[in-house]
Design a protein around this ligand. Structure first.
Ligand code: AMP
Ligand code: MG
Length: 329
């Protein structure tokens, strides 16, 4: 069985093709980016309209299959930016109608967790630390749903890194630039550490950091280093608390920020200390990608879940725990 999945919750338009044996035949994407000004939703939608046809063709070519070989069509139905979500949805509906194949709407956050379980079959029941541009959540399965045990109360960690990088003229995306700069930082500068129960908050930290930068009293390398050490400690603390609370001993990483080697190292140390296992997918599966939508759609399809085209409106605000996870037991 072959599943095609379309990702379009935010800046990335991606098409993935996977088999029911968990083999990824293609995982192609094109991401919208700007040097200044941030993500403009309308422009993001226009970008996806421009690239959707080419990305789809490239994925089919890479997989060495024809449209007719596809058995299931999935798309990210939630959560995300409406302008972006709708383009993926239109592409998926068109294919489903044309090919007369079942259509499945997938929650993006859940897909980050399911692709990890596909890539690491021994990773059965992890706590997911999902850290991306817009999202920062600690998610685990409990009582038939993927529940959010902790999350950011304001910005996503990636948005924080991108905002500071823009402010200091490092450019976009900021995460990798800050990671490089942080390697040269030596001095830890105290920054607000805001963990509230299992939730985190970054707003005050960003203001504090910008104010410190403006005084010109601190080296930007030291600020980058301190920024990473502070926010990654917050993330590791909340992930560890969720693992202890849920009595789970597997940690899975997801989201673009999880590409960061220092965050991976800190997670590895925490896991070693509590005799748990860390699972970190390669970068192409950490960032937003079509393969994770294709795989989760396939799992849902096998459990009898599909959606009629006329009921397939996108759900920009759907929460991870709104979804009944009937494909797991
Ligand atoms: P996503 O929304 O999951 O596609 O991830 C995008 C976010 O990941 C952006 O905010 C990037 O700045 C961030 N990012 C990408 N690579 C890294 C890295 N090496 N370190 C920290 N953040 C990163
Ligand atoms: Mg994501």
């Amino acid at each position: 069985m072959i599943s095609l999945g379309i990702e379009s919750t935010a800046h990335t338009f991606g098409v993935g093709i996977v088999t029911d044996k968990g083999k990824v035949l293609a995982n192609v994407k094109d991401s919208y980016s700007t040097k200044t000004g941030g993500m403009i939703p309308v422009k993001m939608g226009e970008h996806h309209i421009e690239v959707c046809d080419r990305v789809l063709k490239e994925a089919l070519e890479k997989a060495g299959i024809k449209q007719e070989d596809i058995d299931v069509i999935s798309f990210s139905i939630s959560p995300g930016i409406g302008h972006a979500l709708r383009i993926g949805a239109v592409t998926a509906r068109t294919l489903a109608l044309k090919l007369k194949k079942p259509l499945v709407g997938v929650n993006h956050c859940i897909a980050h967790l399911e692709i990890g379980r596909m890539l690491f079959p021994e990773c059965k029941d992890p706590v997911l630390l999902y850290v991306s541009g817009a999202n920062t959540q600690v998610i685990a399965y409990d009582g038939g749903k993927y529940r959010i045990f902790g999350e950011t109360l304001d910005n996503g960690a990636g948005n924080l890194l991108d905002s500071f990088a823009r402010f200091t003229g490092l450019g976009f995306p900021g995460g990798p630039k800050i990671e490089e700069l942080a390697k040269k930082g030596k001095k830890y500068i105290q920054l607000p550490y805001a963990v509230k129960g299992m939730d985190v908050s970054f707003g005050g930290l960003l203001t504090n950091l910008k104010n410190k930068y403006k005084t010109r009293k601190y080296k930007v390398e030291d600020l980058a280093f301190s920024l990473q050490e502070t926010i990654f400690s917050m993330l590791v603390e909340t992930a560890e608390r969720a693992m202890a609370h849920c009595e789970k001993n597997e940690l899975l990483l997801g989201g673009g920020v999880a590409c960061n080697k220092r965050l991976q190292e800190m997670c590895r140390i925490m896991c070693q200390e509590r005799d748990a296992k860390l699972y970190c997918p390669e970068n192409q599966f950490l960032v937003d990608n079509g393969a994770m939508i294709a795989w989760t759609g396939l799992l849902m399809h096998k459990a009898g879940i599909s959606i009629k085209v006329e009921d397939s409106a996108v759900r920009p605000y759907e929460r991870t725990d709104d979804v009944l996870v009937s494909w797991r037991n």
